[in-house]
Design a protein around this ligand. Sequence first.
Ligand code: NAP
Length: 250
Amino acid sequence: MKIAVVGLGVLGRAIVSRWLQTKVLGKQNLFGISYKKEKNLPIKLTTNYKEKADLYVIAVKPHSLGSVLDKLSPGSNLVSLVTGVPISAYKNFNVARVITNTPSLIGAGVSAVSFSENFKRKKDVFKLLSTLGEVVELSESNSDVLTALTASGPAFFYTMVEALADGAVAMGLRRKDALRLAALTMRGAAEMVLFTGTHPASLKDDVTTPSGCTIEGLHVLEEGNIRATLARALRVTTERARVLGKVARD
Ligand SMILES: NC(=O)c1ccc[n+]([C@@H]2O[C@H](COP(=O)([O-])OP(=O)(O)OC[C@H]3O[C@@H](n4cnc5c(N)ncnc54)[C@H](OP(=O)(O)O)[C@@H]3O)[C@@H](O)[C@H]2O)c1
């Protein structure tokens, strides 16, 4: 398998190093296509967009996509990580459209993939993406809500970690400890939901003892409308992703 990565910025570099680290690809299977001299990359670089590859992984910003597609050979297989651009915009190419998120940079991401009709190398795409974390195949019609939930989602969870840590600092914990413990607690709670398969409301009930302290804190969250606020954040983010996707299409 020969893979070309087009666009060696934050995401392009991170996936190159994950693929080499996890040994899903060796240096001989991987090259970069870049118009500038990228430093400190352990793979071959070329400016020749026509150099043959089984898959071209596109990791450029949406505004650079047009110039990349103009240079690649029609009929090539693309794995596009570009945000907001629908499969229909990649005329003359076979496309796997991927919505991934920043935890992919450490192998803890979620990637949702949709394929153009007759895409032939699905197995290879799953193999490559699984080094970045979990992979799901979903209909492209879910792209905007996925952009909100999984791609923007980490920002929502970071905000919660920061806010909880702020509270803990106010109550005397050192900032460094507060952040680490808040993040570990969030990870543990997420893993409980994933591994037990129990509804989060039931897991929450397990933590709330009668006349205890947790129920006091939960009441404060409810007064602050936490559920409606989070659900609305998701809806507004989805609507914005829809608008940005339309701009990218036009
Ligand atoms: N960063 C993330 O964690 C993340 C997560 C999910 C999705 N994404 C998506 O992935 C894409 C890339 O994001 P990024 O954060 O990696 O962006 P980035 O850091 O700006 O990297 C893009 C790279 O592509 C290069 N480039 C531009 N035009 C090119 C061309 N014609 N040929 C070859 N290389 C070209 C850019 O060079 P110049 O700087 O010289 O233009 C830059 O090095 C975006 O669409 C983004 O929405 C990113």
